[in-house]
Write a protein that binds this ligand. Structure first.
Ligand code: AMP
Length: 431
């Protein structure tokens, strides 16, 4: 019986890999240009870390974590997101002693036991960015601008909408006051809410705002808006963030019901959404989490960050045109006819590759005659689309030369073996 991949995980096959490389390359370029440094983190952590940071009452912690006991009896969890691990490292290694803000990014797989569907996996990949130790709203705007710039370089910015909101903070005159009002309103309309929302209403009321069901949406249309409850610190912080975004020419909409699935967010939150991916419309999301670093045992440093869902970005990218492959398509195809020729050409391949030329060596099955072998290998060279083929058979060997064939013009000429590498380097070998 053949073994298949586990439900909800997927392979990234070579053709698609090209898009992944592009996404990662552009991410690095953009993040570098904003002064971010890469940090690489383990993919599993102690379970407590996630329970404490993401929040006990969240869907992620309640239902979606891959948690297991290791052989030593410790409870560990495959990371469902990267922020918690990154902050753990920030605290553990005392990174906070450096000048603020500390700007870090990481990328890799995340794991959530969600119901698999198009665009939703159990192992998926995120680019994760965090700026720590600075609460100025211009940093909020800069982080959002950087995210937009990343999508602009991928030619996707025009297909995405930037949604922003402020969630206020835990100051009693801010979100707690709103929460009380919201729960009062939801209880009064509980009979018109879905079962899940009725349950959430008590456990995690802000998440009710996120429900997509039409009957709940109708109730929520009349619900009090968080924006009207922001305290005297949060309201100007949001106002300034918007001002700076506008100064940078970033287009956005304020989505009063944008709340996020993780408990730790305060003040600015944002999402980049598209209408092109059906139900899974969020391509990236993030926000501020002032207070979280302290909660995890670190200094009282504020923080802001976002995560990009790489699968969803890749899905939006057009298929890679043939041309985009050309850089890595072999430039030279070496055709040895016989073992002695192969031994002579192997070091030639090594030298050319060391100089950055993509080389393919056509060792393969013996045909009935050398002539047939030569013809079938030249056929293969044509199929590969190489610029030059090098043929080395017994006759050429005897004369101490190889034949170099220009595959476009078909012209063929003899080159002394001693000068073969230099000659091919001079030809460039690049497609
Ligand atoms: P979150 O960490 O939940 O804020 O998610 C950030 C981004 O990661 C989302 O906007 C999605 O693009 C992506 N994402 C989250 N969960 C999944 C999943 N199960 N499968 C694929 N992408 C996901």
């Amino acid at each position: 019986m053949t073994i298949h991949a586990v439900r909800g995980v997927h392979d990234i096959l070579p053709g698609e890999g090209e898009k992944w490389r592009r996404v990662e390359r552009i991410a690095r370029e953009v993040f570098d240009s904003y002064g971010y440094e890469e940090i690489r983190l383990p993919i599993f952590e102690r379970t407590d870390l996630f329970a404490r940071s993401i929040g006990e009452a969240t869907d992620i912690v309640q239902k979606e974590m891959y948690t297991f006991e290791d052989r030593g009896g410790d409870s560990v969890t495959l990371r469902p997101e990267a922020t918690a691990g990154l902050l753990r490292a920030y605290i553990e290694h005392g990174l906070f002693v450096h000048p603020k803000p500390i700007k870090l990014y990481t990328m890799g797989p995340m794991f959530r036991y969600e119901r698999p569907q198009a665009g939703r996996y159990r192992q998926f990949h995120q680019l994760d960015v965090e700026a720590l130790g600075d609460e100025h709203p211009s940093l909020d705007a800069e982080v959002i601008a950087m995210l937009v710039e990343f999508f602009r370089r991928l030619d996707l910015a025009e297909r995405l909408q930037v949604e922003i909101n402020s969630l206020g903070d835990e100051n009693p005159t801010c979100r707690p006051r709103y929460r009380t009002e919201l729960v009062r309103y939801l209880r009064a309309h509980a009979d018109r809410l879905c079962d899940e929302c009725r349950e959430r209403m008590e456990r995690n009321p802000l998440r009710v705002l996120d429900c997509k069901k039409p009957e709940c949406r109708r109730v929520l249309d009349g619900a009090p808006a968080l924006g009207d409850f922001l305290c005297e610190d949060c309201a100007p912080h949001f106002g300034k963030t918007r001002e700076y975004l506008e100064a940078m020419g970033i287009r956005y909409v304020v989505s009063p019901r944008l709340v996020r699935g993780l408990d730790y967010y305060v003040r600015t939150t944002f999402e980049l959404t598209t209408t092109e991916l059906g139900a899974q419309n969020a391509v990236a999301g993030g926000g501020r989490y002032d207070g979280l670093i302290k909660l995890l045992g670190g200094p009282p440093d504020p923080g802001i960050g976002f995560a990009v869902g790489v699968e969803r970005v890749v899905q939006l990218l057009p298929d890679v045109a043939q041309g985009a492959w050309q850089d890595r398509r072999p430039g030279v195809f070496l055709i040895p006819l016989g073992d002695e020729a192969l031994r002579r050409l192997l070091p030639v391949a090594g030298e050319l590759r060391a100089k950055g030329i993509v080389v393919e060596v056509g060792h393969g099955e013996r045909k009935l005659t050398r002539e047939l072998e030569r013809a079938s290998k030249l056929e293969e060279a044509k199929r590969l689309g190489v610029l030059h083929a090098v043929i080395l058979g017994p006759d050429e060997l005897a004369r101490g030369e190889a034949k170099v064939k220009d595959m476009k013009s078909g012209a063929q000429r003899a080159v002394p073996l001693s000068g073969l590498v230099d000659e091919l380097l001079a030809l460039g070998g690049r497609a």
